[in-house]
Design a protein around this ligand. Sequence first.
Ligand SMILES: *[C@@H]1O[C@H](CO)[C@@H](O)[C@H](O)[C@H]1NC(C)=O
Ligand SMILES: *[C@@H]1O[C@H](CO)[C@@H](O)[C@H](O)[C@H]1NC(C)=O
Ligand SMILES: *[C@@H]1O[C@H](CO)[C@@H](O)[C@H](O)[C@H]1NC(C)=O
Length: 570
Amino acid sequence: MARSLFFVSLLASLAAGAPQPFIVHETIESVPQGFVHAGTPSSTTELSLRIGLVQNNIVGLQEKLIEISTPSSATYGQWMSTSEIAGFTKPSPQADAAVKDWLAANGLTAASTSVAGDWLTIKTTVGQANSLFNTEFQQFNHSDTGKTFIRTLAYSIPASLSGSLEVVHPTVTFPNPISGPPSVQAIGKRELTSLERRDMSKRAIPAACADITVPVCIQAIYGVPATNATSGDVKLGVSGFIGQFAQTADLESFLTEFRSDIPSSTTFDLQTLDGGSNPQGAQNAGFEANLDIQYTVGVATGVPVTFISVGGDSSDGELSGFLDLANFLLNEDPAARPQVLTTSYGTDESFVSPAMANSLCNAFASLGAAGMSVLFASGDGGVAGSRPRSCNNFVPTFPSGCPFMTSVGATQGFFPEVAAGFSSGGFSNYFDQPSYQSDAVNTYLDTAGLLEIGRFNASGRAFPDVSAQGVNFVIVNGGDVGTVSGTSASSPVFASIIALINDRLVAAGKPVLGFLNPFLYSKGAAALNDIIIGSNPGCNTPGFPAVIGWDPVTGLGTPNFAKLLTAVGL
Ligand SMILES: *[C@@H]1O[C@H](CO)[C@@H](O)[C@H](O)[C@H]1NC(C)=O
Ligand SMILES: *[C@@H]1O[C@H](CO)[C@@H](O)[C@H](O)[C@H]1NC(C)=O
Ligand SMILES: *[C@@H]1O[C@H](CO)[C@@H](O)[C@H](O)[C@H]1NC(C)=O
């Protein structure tokens, strides 16, 4: 009886052109920690939503990516063109038509925001979005920052679109307003002593590197050459978000003092998207952006560095920015595109909806397939996530849980180099353990991992993959000299070294390293300094211990330039 009534009312509503039956597409149990419900927004409030369409063969792309990034494969290094990648990621004609017809029937024109046509953007209102997605968008305030966001705890899509529509964002993904810059701990004003200054000009590892880190320390500890890159064909990209601006005057002061062997006029290129900009002047100095620029230009000697400033709606955190940046780079002429990208922003995985996390992760897979090494800082809260916080279960970070990017943790000191206690590491609750890391991670789990069993998900993708120095980096910010610590420092350092290896590869007529992980966990492992001391406390536990082999504090270890050259066959 109920059934036939339903049928009758369905026919009636179809006849009237009213909405079709909906199915719930994504839902979260409760308002995330730190947010409070703050009322119902006016139905005329404007909303910009990104719609991800189901890609026609993303599993095919993931398999191809693993194949071309595995050194033992016959097709290793045969990176794909944008159109080859789009062959896998574009939606099927049926999915494309289904979603666009539905939007058109609701008077909406979708702007395509990706070369494969797998992402659309619509401009709508809260009132219309409520009926499109059978939901009620609400206003939520973030208690600590007072920022206001429009989100919902669940949204639905017409049943006929299931299988065509992958994700709508932002909906159930709450931003982490304190997530960026996640990884810089503090800047304290600190002038170098004259003794430190003199010491830093020595060729061996200067003793002062025990207290502070400058480029000469990175060069000495990892054997990184100070000579110019020569191929002329490699580039290194640094992403910038949330109003963090890299200053040319600060870079010049930094190089004058800490890379006096290269021209202090060495600078970086700028690319912008989503209305991004890079205003100059001490009042615009961002210590994250300055750190990232000073330790790429200052370490990847002679490699052109591009600062990519992503603008856009800061109320969305940086997640839409990650997506737009990935689509921007994919669409870029390969000759102009950096083959290495370092990003020192991230969030806790639980803040990101599984569908959005998956879609972003697949965007990083596309970049990897195009021959890019995509590196992110792992986070600064030890096992507690992107930042220290109280917790019971360990908190994995995003995007470090994504298997198609390279996550970089932090170390400090030398002889011995040890784990930095804030270095985030652990196991994703969203992504399965990829096969390239099974041997390394299972060896860890069989021994040390048992200590904190029950607080983490042993079947998840484990991170970080690698690590690098990340403590007491000297930077110039707004004219002041200070020190910062964080995995934010480690990612630019590792990325710079990969860019220099790429330079040697290209000079030798070989392809660039591209997606790194299958290389790192096979041939590359022997080229990394295994870190076996330290741990990453958090959640009122000692965290994970660093041990022989891979560990969820320092990954496989830190770079050894000479051994990396050997590992890539140079
Ligand atoms: C939420 O934030 C807005 C804007 O800052 C403020 O006007 C409002 O009073 C806040 N509401 C609650 C419930 O905190
Ligand atoms: C490195 O390249 C820069 C810019 O091309 C140049 O000014 C500098 O002299 C070069 N340094 C060396 C040691 O070749
Ligand atoms: C553990 O991780 C797997 C992915 O490897 C996931 O399917 C599962 O839901 C996770 N468990 C919890 C409790 O989050």
